[in-house]
Design a protein around this ligand. Sequence first.
Ligand code: ADP
Length: 493
Amino acid sequence: MQHSRQSFRWWLVGGACLGLLGSALIARQSLDEQRALFETDARIVHRLLSQRVVQHDAILATLTLLQPAAEAPGATPPEQRLPALYPHILAVQRRDRNGAWRDPALASAETTSRQTVQAALASVDFAAGRYQLVLAATPTSYALTVDLRAMVPTEEWPMPLEASPVRVSLAHDGQLFQIQAGQLPEQTTATGWSFDFHKHLAATSQPFDVVAERHLGWGQLPWWRMGAWWLLVAAALAGMAQAQFQRAERRRAEELLRLGQVARLNTLGELAAGMAHELNQPLTAVLANTQGALRLLNEDPPELETAREAMRQAAAQARRAADVVGRLRQAVERPAIGGATQSVSLNGAVQRALYLLEPESRRRGVEPVIKAAGVVTVQVDPVALEQIVHNLLMNALQALEQVSTDGRQLMVSLRAEGSGGVLEVADTGPGIALDALPRLFEPFFSTREGGLGLGLSLCETLASGMGGALAAHNAAQGGAVFTLTLPLQGARV
Ligand code: ADP
């Protein structure tokens, strides 16, 4: 019982470890997947926005290359048609030869552009969602006003702009323009996992940073998958535990069968011994009587040769019958008990017998109680001991059937007393009738319907064969007590 509880505990610990390990791997795999997804999306966003800013450079370069042709007075300059073609270009301005910019920021950017020979940022106002870009050329320089919001290519955008949990922003010189709000926790100390991505746009003229951030909380772990894993582990463990339980039950059944076979063999021996004992006496008497009759016949009628011959033959037959019985007795005589003794723990023997009888106890609603004053080691034949303990316990369980369920108790106590190991089996059954008490160990004495009445007689024979004794009495508070005394290990028998 102790053993099965311990192995159950190991099954639980093993299962919990397997469950935790699996859950950790599932969580890890899910986090890796989310991170890979995030990085792919962030890279697409970076590429799309880079294409847009590069486009601005290309438009400015084309405008400065073409330079304005002579325009009919009042006609719309061709560059003014650009905002209709590109919604993210809000306005196109130009400074012609000898002209001047209205905005001084554009003038200063033009100077920078002339020095760096590439477009230069004039003003960046992320709060208003726009910036200006100037490319210096001779004779005419051009400036674009770009709308950041309209710059986002929504059709090709890899994430749902409104609903995505990823925050996407453009950063420049401490300014931040949020393209996609995402779902980030309020507190920066929130527990969970954070991914981020920072990369310059691919145009040196517009040195903006693409910043993408994502936060995953504990609630976003794949709890369903982890739960399913735990269920799987539990089901597999339950299956394995069931298989082990069945194996233990099978072993118990085999053990019971073996014990039953030993019991049957010993019972047969007891039966034959009883029969031989019973038959030998009358046969001896018949022999004595026929011999006496022969003597009488010899004295009275002078010649009764035939009768004498018949009587002689009867005597011979009777002697032969006695011989046969004698031989039968010799044949079934058990090898001397006590010949093959060894040190056996009485506690272990009791525990094994109780384990074997567990289904019988459970069926009767009996919970046996063991009281042991330390380990008691006796010098006995282990198989004989097993059989005695089994018989005493089985008798007690049978006696308990005769009282109501709530009054059923079975106490087994063990102690060393002098040179003997003492095992007491006490039950709260009806006890032993006073007239039955002296006959309890007689062969064939039974009060049970269908009982053979050989169990106790065999137990006593086995016990005394090992140098021990078996006794019975009724307890003062009711019920029967059987006391088995066996020589302690090392004691002289
Ligand atoms: P059987 O069980 O076949 O009757 P046993 O030799 O084991 O043979 O028992 C003989 C008798 O002893 C039983 O029929 C019963 O009357 C009595 N007996 C044995 N154990 C107990 C007990 N624990 N309580 C009361 N009576 C018992």
